[in-house]
Design a protein around this ligand. Sequence first.
Ligand code: ZN
Ligand code: ZN
Length: 332
Amino acid sequence: MISTDPYWKRSFSDLMSHLERMQQDELRCKQFAHVLSILSKVLEGSEVLPPVPQLWEFFGKMVINSYSIHDELHENVIGSGVYLGASYLDHQCCPNAIVSFSGTKLAIRALEPITQPLPNQVFISYIQNDAPSWERREELLQRYYFRCLCSMCTTDAEQTDKQMTSVKCFMANCDGFTGIKEINNDGYCQLWPCVKCKVIEFPTEYVDEVCQLWLETRKFVKDLNKMFESGEIQNALDSAEENLKKVENSLFHESNLNIVSTMAIAKDACISLQLWEKAAVYSEKVLKQVPQYSSCINIMDSLSLLKLAKLYIYLDRPTETVQVLDKVRLDI
Ligand SMILES: [Zn+2]
Ligand SMILES: [Zn+2]
């Protein structure tokens, strides 16, 4: 539809390149120098290589507007490409549409009814939104050079961030939780008020401990993911379970994203190792917490529900299979 609809018509010259910002970015300069050296080698002696300023413009447009092309299960990246019509789409952390691929063919699918499917009414998420607002905003600034002001980053930030970064309240008689408002690059850290006792003043040592624990486990989850993706499945599972035991009695509250992400990797490792029973337990725990983060429709959650249904089939649990499939139907 997009390629023939005049509202979605675009040419390469219409694309944004953020050239000035990009030329001040050390990493981008290194990437450009690398691309330029390859092009010069491949096209050595020929006169087809455009002048450097023009190449910078091409490079900028491609970096900003490229889509990672995923396989149909949305699990592996198989390439990247610039799609002119789809490059119209702006970002929102809680989008109303999603991009999917069939081979290299791109489709934009609505996640909710969109009365006017015009470019300025359809939003996708440029990044994974399972991160607190300050991390998402930083990633968007670094990769796409804009500051996100969507509702999930502004009016809804307190609710979603508090759930994702939840830690037990420090007050002895309170079983509520609080969460991290922001950790900036200088290590400055702030907490939200407790959901139950509403306390807003926290001892410095408590704030320091919370933020330190968050940063350490965030790094742990990233390393664990790398371990899993590099094929060290058993090691990843052992490491995940060891860490889960460690954080069980820590300051983290059960909905904390780092606990949930660790359990999600443990679940994937169990699936790879065909430990169906254990995989189902982890999957149930993850799916109990994730919907609390926000009311956004997330296609990855629906895929997780489908995987859980498949696990129940393997475990010969027909009643639970039907219950989960009903939930998927309601979700998508
Ligand atoms: Zn946002
Ligand atoms: Zn409290």
